[in-house]
Design a protein. Structure first.
Length: 259
């Protein structure tokens, strides 16, 4: 479900499982990590000067694919700490400018993929937020760090407590992402910008990217924050409410939480 193509100095990574809204299981995360490794190797050879991440179908990525997973056999910390966080770190450190185009649902690890990308263009009607209140779980994939940094404490906790979602237009207005566009213009506009950047001063862009990352990480410590998220998720996945939310989601019913 993950594909990588390279042409004209641009690596295009595609989430290609639209029948399940591009949700990601463990194998898909490994394949996505390999795609970024291959693209980074090509960048080191001068074959890639920009990267575009996108998803096929009506959603960018609805998050983790929990088909076949049960609360009893779930290891949230292994999934997040062993697969998701290393991937996001590689994405963040990719040795060339990275872009993403996002439409529809962008949730959970799907949201994390966007937050680890340098520049994100979104459809005006895309959906972002933390739906985990309905699962008895917590926002992950760096979401607490990014939301608090960009939205402030009150809006962050509002989104977490209520499970309400922001539109692409609101997410851009609040400073989460770069630009919002009509959905039917998103891919053409994004590809045009990426093509232009791929012909630009990518060595200078790389230097700026590293500077921004250094300033950011020294201020608040993103990866430490993510480790704390992983540990909290591991604690929550053993709770009754987590099990209930999991089952309710899989059974397509409203959960009955006990707190």
């Amino acid at each position: 479900m993950i594909s990588l193509s390279i042409a004209n100095g641009i690596a295009e990574v595609v989430l290609n499982a639209p029948y399940k809204l591009n949700s990601l299981d463990e194998q898909a995360l490994r394949d996505l990590t390999q795609a970024y490794d291959d693209a980074a190797a090509a960048a080191s050879r001068g074959e890639v000067r920009a990267l575009l991440l996108r998803g096929e179908g009506r959603a960018f990525c609805a998050g983790r694919d929990i088909a076949g997973v049960t609360p009893e056999n779930d290891d949230a910390e292994a999934y997040l700490g062993g697969l998701v966080q290393p991937l996001l770190q590689k994405m963040s450190a990719f040795p060339a400018p990275t872009f993403a185009a996002a439409q529809g649902a962008c949730l959970g690890v799907g949201l994390g993929l966007l937050l680890a990308t340098d520049v994100v263009y979104v459809a005006e009607n895309a959906k972002f937020g933390s739906p985990f209140a309905k699962l008895g779980a917590t926002l992950d994939s760096g979401g607490h760090w990014y939301f608090t940094e960009r939205l402030g404490m009150h809006r962050t906790l509002d989104l977490i407590y209520t499970a309400e979602l922001m539109s692409g237009a609101e997410a851009v207005a609040k400073g989460m992402f770069s630009r919002a566009m009509p959905a039917d213009e998103l891919m053409d506009s994004t590809r045009a910008i990426v093509a232009k950047v791929a012909t630009g001063a990518t060595g200078a862009f790389k230097a700026s990217k590293e500077l921004v990352a250094h300033i950011r990480d020294q201020r608040l410590g993103l990866w430490t924050s993510m480790k704390e998220e992983n540990a909290e998720q591991a604690r929550l996945c053993k709770s009754e409410d987590y099990a209930e939310g999991f089952r309710a989601f899989q059974e397509k019913r409203e959960p009955q939480f006990k707190g």
